[in-house]
Design a binder for this molecule. Structure first.
Ligand SMILES: [Fe+2]
Ligand SMILES: [Fe+2]
Length: 173
């Protein structure tokens, strides 16, 4: 008996029934990515409004812009989950993880916010790099999408690392 083919003409096809196990694994990773984006949207909304002070303005403006981008990522992950025969989870499946991005005690503590954003972006970068690995040679469509999102997150990380450097140079962090 012939071994099950990975897809048409022996090419990898993540939508084919033989690849159901691999697909399930990828959908699970996409679920986590979806929740990370949704929680980031919540955290960035709060932190784009809460902080007080002149120095906080730049950070607030930047976060307010990122909200739309992170929301777009959540929608892309949702769409891909559906395309891979998964189901986009309802809100009852949500569990919080961003303890580090809760509003600080003092609303002028912008360094707390900057460090929290850096941690969130690093977490996303870690997880998305894992998806890029898992999809390699298996699901180039998901891989391509995640690489593009990964670049957005690297841009966010870099920007907030820049904010932190400024505060460190001023002896405020
Ligand atoms: Fe994102
Ligand atoms: Fe981001």
């Amino acid at each position: 008996m012939e071994a099950p083919s990975p897809g048409i003409n022996g090419r990898m096809d993540i939508t084919s029934p033989e690849n159901a196990d691999q697909r399930k694994k990828i959908v699970e990773l996409l679920h986590k990515a979806y929740w990370m984006e949704v929680e980031t949207v919540m955290s960035y909304i709060a932190n784009s409004v809460n902080p007080d002070g002149v120095r906080a303005q730049e950070v607030k403006t930047s976060l307010a812009e990122d909200i739309q981008e992170e929301l777009g990522h959540a929608q892309q992950f949702a769409k891909r989950i559906k395309e891979l025969y998964g189901v986009v989870p309802g809100s009852e499946g949500f569990a919080t993880e961003q303890s580090y991005l809760q509003p600080p005690e003092d609303q002028v503590d912008i360094v707390h916010v900057i460090k929290g954003v850096i941690e969130a972006e690093r977490g996303a970068i870690d997880h998305y790099a894992k998806i890029v690995d898992e999809t390699d040679g298996v699901d180039p469509v998901t891989q391509d999408m995640v690489i593009t999102i990964l670049q957005d997150e690297q841009g966010h990380l870099r920007e907030f690392e820049g904010f932190l450097r400024e505060y460190e140079a001023a002896g405020l962090a």
